[in-house]
Write a protein that binds this ligand. Structure first.
Ligand code: FES
Length: 120
């Protein structure tokens, strides 16, 4: 089997209601993952693009959070309606969807992990 072109991890982590960190599950991550699965099927990309749910990616303030490999591009606040654009732009043409990228200066910081979402 050839190597995947892209591997997408979608955080679907769930925390107790009221958790100060919040979670991607409470912000609609399951619908985002479902949309990824639908698009892989619709575009006949099985074996080329793989979309897996993941546990917490420690960017909770930006949930729902996804990361696309091999580039290691992190997207935040992803909604189901953003998914087709990610396929059209990034996964098909290699053009990163800049408006969804978690800013490098916030990535893997305590603020990104603990919230609230840092100001742009
Ligand atoms: S709960 Fe999704 S990144 Fe932490």
């Amino acid at each position: 089997m050839p190597n995947l072109k892209h591997h997408v991890f979608i955080c679907t982590n769930e925390r107790e209601p009221g958790s100060p960190r919040g979670c991607c599950a409470s912000r609609g991550a399951a619908a985002v993952r479902e949309r990824f699965k639908e698009e892989v099927g619709k575009r006949k990309l099985k074996g080329i693009v793989r979309a897996n749910q993941s546990g917490c990616l420690d960017q909770c303030a930006y949930g729902p959070t996804i990361v696309v490999y091999p580039e290691g591009v992190w997207y935040g606040c992803v909604q189901p309606d953003d998914v087709s654009e990610i396929f059209d732009s990034h996964l098909d043409k290699g053009q990163i969807v800049e408006r969804l990228v978690i800013p490098e200066r916030h990535l893997n910081t305590p603020a990104a992990a603990m919230g609230p979402k840092p100001e742009a």
